[in-house]
Design a protein around this ligand. Structure first.
Ligand code: ZN
Length: 160
């Protein structure tokens, strides 16, 4: 980590201080967060606990475990919201610290062939599509219920 923490390191600091309202679950290698906008219902972000820009720079055992946890989290999101397809995105063009975007693409998706970043920008606007606290709680619960059926170790939940 550089001397000035990146945006994701700052989020991780607030999660550790119990100050992050979008935490779904702390896993062993990362933090599962509800996306700030929920137009794509179930949108989840998985923040890597290690501030690395590239997968190949992660310690091999950690990386294998991280990708395994990502896969089980993806499965939990999929089963929680039953999309037509899940999009998995690891971009890092704006913030390099590894974080996966999991976008459920639903059957009624207005632009099903485009990556979400090329769709209507309002869909990602939390001012318009931010979930209510009830919706957010319900989604977290659904995802946590599905995570509980997988082998991942949930160290802490955002509902604790
Ligand atoms: Zn960072």
């Amino acid at each position: 980590m550089s001397s000035v923490p990146c945006e994701i390191c700052r989020q991780i600091i607030s999660i550790r201080e119990n100050k992050h309202p979008r935490l779904i679950a702390e896993l062993e290698t990362g933090f599962a967060m509800l996306g700030p906008s929920q137009f794509y219902r179930g949108y989840t972000i998985f923040l890597c606990k290690v501030d690395s820009a590239e997968l190949h720079l992660l310690d091999r055992d950690f990386r294998i475990h991280f990708l395994e946890e990502l896969t089980f989290l993806s499965e939990a999101v999929f089963k929680a919201v039953n999309p037509r397809k899940l999009n998995y995105e690891l971009l890092g063009n704006q913030v390099s610290h590894i974080h996966w975007h999991l976008f459920p693409r639903h059957f009624n998706d207005p632009q099903p062939l485009l990556p979400v970043w090329q769709c209507e920008p309002d869909y990602l606007n939390p001012q318009i599509y931010g979930p209510s606290s009830d919706e957010s709680r319900a989604l977290k619960q659904q995802i946590l219920d599905e995570l509980a059926k997988t082998p991942v170790q949930v160290l802490k939940t955002g509902l604790d």
